[in-house]
Design a binder for this molecule. Sequence first.
Ligand SMILES: [Zn+2]
Length: 147
Amino acid sequence: MPRPCSVCLHVDRDRIDRDLVDGKTALEVAGNAGLSRSAVDRHGRDHIPQSIAKARDIAEIARGDGLLAHAVGLTERAARMVDDAEEAGDRKMALVALRETRECLRFLDSLRPQPDSERDRLVAILGRVVEPADRVRVADALERAGL
Ligand SMILES: [Zn+2]
């Protein structure tokens, strides 16, 4: 098992990361933090990009959550408009709001992960049971069968 990174474990890691991102040299950062230059070099090369990638993933999830919440909010508003229009006896507006609600629901439904196609499931099963040497023949047979 590789040795844990002394910079990742350092009590001032956040400051060290900021200094590296700000362009300070590994030698400067190492001197300020009582670390070896090679450890700071390695950390800057291997671990800061990982941290940034994780932060991007988290930001993307948060963005997706925000968009989903917005779409749900639109759906709820459209549904309330149906109720309001019906209460006001405005059947034409109720019908318009009903159509809009239906569109919102369709949109939300389209966001659900799609199940694998029949072919994808078949290929996954065959991938587990067919010997690698026979897979090309099986794939050709599936193609010929239109699957
Ligand atoms: Zn590190």
